[in-house]
Design a protein around this ligand. Sequence first.
Ligand SMILES: [Fe+2]
Length: 160
Amino acid sequence: MTMPQQAPLSGDKKPTASSTTTSKLKALIADNFLAYYKAHTFHLNVTGPDFAQYHGLFEEVYDKLWEWHDTLSEQLRQGGDMYPFTLAAVAKMADLKDDAAGVTDCTKMIAATCSDLEELLAEGEGVYATADPALETVIGDYCADVKKLCWKLSATLGKC
Ligand SMILES: [Fe+2]
């Protein structure tokens, strides 16, 4: 007796995101990671009479970006792509400049982080525009978080 063939469940299908979305998402993941690293560096290296305020502000930024690193990377895996195994590969995917070296003035640290966040927001909006509905929801939440961090840093600089 032969068993009837079962139709594959939708969960058995290997998910594949469009190549445009995947390449934009990879660049966003790499830049988010670099921005995380730079904000953490500023958290560690900031000095001055307002140390506690800026130390805490940079911590808020790097905590949030680190949290998003995992969520964005899981989206890449769910789209069927592998996450890069080496830091060199992540750095190669990044567009942001790895230019935190020598930045010791706290106002310049905030301005640099603000600029990085604005770039992440623009990139996030680019992914959002090409994403499927599930990814769109995740990226929408990401953009909202990054926008809030932008506002906090801009207000600290007195730009608002
Ligand atoms: Fe710390």
